[in-house]
Design a protein around this ligand. Structure first.
Ligand code: MSP
Length: 631
């Protein structure tokens, strides 16, 4: 069986995890789930990096020993991973005995191979990065550029690792394996760092007691980064050369943020070379999650309200937003309003409404899933698209392009919405067309089953909900068309993404002026706020019938399908449109307008039109799925 080993960084447990840590872990989880789905034997490792100076400081502040402090914080990571549906196989702690013994064995091997020597070290150090800064990296004020804290001057007798010895081999490895580091921008950065020459690195700390002692000199503590990197092998049982180690090493993917690619793509491979071990296949460094342009940071107290957003929108919406919104290699600004929009547009509307609509039609017209006896227009196109989507997904996953992978899946979702629309399946309930209706509904439901498998790695809860609603008792995530079982009962269909009203306003732009000051400066006194505008729920609907209203020459009674339901709307367009010319026309409907009775006819919304001497209905430029939000 093919194997797949994916890791996240081990996080510093100096405080509870934040959304940036969640981002990395979710990205790794997608890979783990995706490979399990494809039949790989997977090992997914995550954990905490406990011997950090910041842990020591945080523990002191609370009057705890560092071990007690870690014992308190480590479970908050496990807890978050559970809430986020992270499917890790190992949660690893570097205070575990297996890690201590494994790290010491690793250091011993490097020492015995002659790659470790003792020398004096002096330089500026950041305790949050846990790294020394080279002379050329220093600014005048000696502040860490990432953590904005003063660097500390350290002078010590240190052990050094002969990194310089491996520069040529590393360079050759980079050149022979162009896909060793993702994305390419990061690879290029590392390559130019490598080409400018490598110096040996200090790998011990004499002044600390919180850490793992050198096996050959217990007076010295192993530098945290060296010890931490070795977790990728110690967690598998490197110490005893276990079966698990033999099965899974080398790692397929080390997933991390861009800040720590140098350690993983240069220092770690060089140490593995020194220990005669094979190198990981891919080092993947994603961009940072930012808040108002600043990187999230425990040290600097920059957070997003991850818990609040998960409580409002659900875990899957949070996962979906992170993976769909940002291009993986680039930084991305976390904005709750965008999460809200993605929730409504992609999840509730495109996917949720499709499921509801198909289940509604099926339950109304059939007792169980009907047999697809009557092929017709568009059926083959749908099947082909299902397989093409799978192929695209495969290739996007190879390059960690999560956003494009999801967009490709959603193109398929939107195509199925159009299929339902184009075939006008709801009009086919008559006996002579019912077999065709059954076939279209079978295909739509099979498409939903197929979609549930495609989305499973990204939003697993939703995939499970879809499977349950389409009547699968054991979820069938096989990526082959036509597996849906005929004769199965389907559920009534509960909304999988219930409506959420926007509760928070985005902070106004920082102009230093009040809103009314701004408005009067612009000479505008009747502006509405963005929130006022957002209260309007505008949807695309399709007119399915139009008739005149007795005694009201200018009015028409329209029935408009808005995807989830049909609305009766009274519109003042009788002088401008013939009733038969309106059927099938897509229009924009205000769906949350208070109902009104006009000439004894109830109007449950309003259709928009440009209105001057003539009245022209507003329609989407091209056909879109019914119920699509207009904003
Ligand atoms: N302990 C080291 C890693 C050792 S791995 C052998 C460490 N820990 S950390 O707690 O600082 O977490 C670093 C990782 O968290 C980053 O590489 C990244 O994966 C993730 N993130 C931390 N802040 C982040 C953002 N603002 N945005 C996205 N990811 C972020 O470094």
């Amino acid at each position: 069986m093919n194997t797949f080993y994916v890791t996240t960084p081990i996080y510093y447990p100096n405080s509870e995890p934040h959304a940036g840590n969640a981002y990395t872990t979710i990205a790794a989880d997608v890979l783990a789930r995706y490979h399990r789905l494809k039949g790989y034997e997977v090992c997914f490792l995550t954990g905490v990096d406990e011997h950090a100076a910041n842990v020591l400081n945080a523990a002191k502040e609370e009057g705890l020993t560092p071990q007690e402090y870690c014992d308190k914080i480590a479970p908050t990571f496990v807890n978050l991973w559970e809430r986020l549906n992270i499917s890790h196989d190992i949660f690893f702690r570097t205070t575990s005995d297996i890690h201590k013994r494994g790290a010491q064995k690793f250091l011993n091997v490097l020492y015995e191979n002659g790659d470790i020597y003792k020398d004096k070290y002096e330089g500026y150090y950041c305790i949050s990065c846990e790294k020394f800064f080279a002379e050329k990296e220093l600014t005048d004020d000696k502040i860490c550029p990432d953590h904005k804290i003063p660097l500390q001057w350290l002078e010590e007798e240190n052990y050094f690792f002969r990194l310089s010895k491996y520069a040529d081999r590393l360079l050759a490895h980079f050149n022979e394996n162009p896909d060793f580091v993702y994305p390419e921008t990061r690879r290029n950065e590392l390559l130019s760092f490598l080409e400018s020459g490598l110096q040996d690195i200090s790998i011990s700390r004499a002044s600390l007691s919180w850490g793992i002692p050198f096996p050959f000199d217990p007076e010295h503590i192993i530098y945290i980064w060296i010890e931490a990197l070795s977790n990728y092998i110690t967690a598998l049982g490197y110490e005893t050369d276990s079966d698990q180690f033999q099965t899974f090493w080398p790692a397929d993917v080390h997933m991390m943020g861009k800040d720590i690619t140098r350690f993983h793509a240069l220092f770690w491979p060089a140490m593995l070379m020194a220990a005669d071990l094979p190198l990981p296949k891919h080092i993947v460094g994603h961009g940072w999650l930012t808040k108002d342009g600043e990187a999230l940071s425990k040290t600097r107290g920059i957070f997003v309200d991850m818990d609040g957003d998960i409580a409002t929108y659900g875990v899957d919406a949070f996962r979906y937003y992170l993976l769909r919104e940002f291009s993986f290699g680039n930084d991305g600004d976390y904005r709750p309003s965008r999460l809200h929009e993605r929730y409504n547009a992609d999840l509730a509307n495109d996917l949720g409404n499709l499921l509801n609509r198909v289940l509604g039609l099926l339950n109304k017209n059939f007792d169980v899933i009907p047999e697809p006896t009557t092929p017709g227009e568009f059926d083959d196109e749908i099947k082909t698209l299902a397989h093409d989507t799978l192929e695209s997904l495969d290739s996007h996953m190879q390059t960690f392009a999560y956003d494009i992978a999801l967009e490709t899946i959603w193109e398929f979702v939107r195509r199925i919405n159009r299929y339902v629309q184009q075939t006008q399946v709801w009009t086919l309930a008559k006996p002579e067309t019912k077999p065709r209706m059954g076939t279209i509904l079978y295909n739509s439901l099979e498409a939903l089953r197929f979609i549930s498998a495609l989305i499973f790695p990204f939003i697993p809860d939703t995939a499970d909900k879809i499977q349950r609603q389409i009547g699968s008792t054991d979820s069938d995530y096989t990526l082959e068309w036509g597996r849906l079982k005929v004769g199965q009962k389907v559920a009534k269909g509960e909304p999988i993404f219930p409506r959420v009203d926007l509760k928070k306003e985005e902070p106004p732009q920082k102009t230093g002026k009040t809103k009314s000051e701004e408005q009067s400066k612009q000479g505008k006194t009747d502006l509405i706020s963005f929130t006022d505008f957002q209260r309007m729920d505008l949807r695309v609907g399709c007119i399915i019938s139009a008739e005149s209203i007795q005694g009201a020459d200018r009015l028409l009674k329209l029935i408009v399908d808005i995807g989830t339901e049909r609305r009766q709307v009274v519109a003042g367009i009788a002088e401008h449109y013939r009733t038969d010319s309106l059927i099938g026309k897509q229009v924009i409907v205000v769906v949350n307008l208070e109902p009104a009775t006009i000439r004894n006819v109830e109007s449950q919304g309003m259709v928009l039109a440009a209105s001057s001497d003539s009245v022209v209905l507003t329609t989407p430029e091209t056909e879109v799925p019914l119920g699509t939000q207009v904003r």
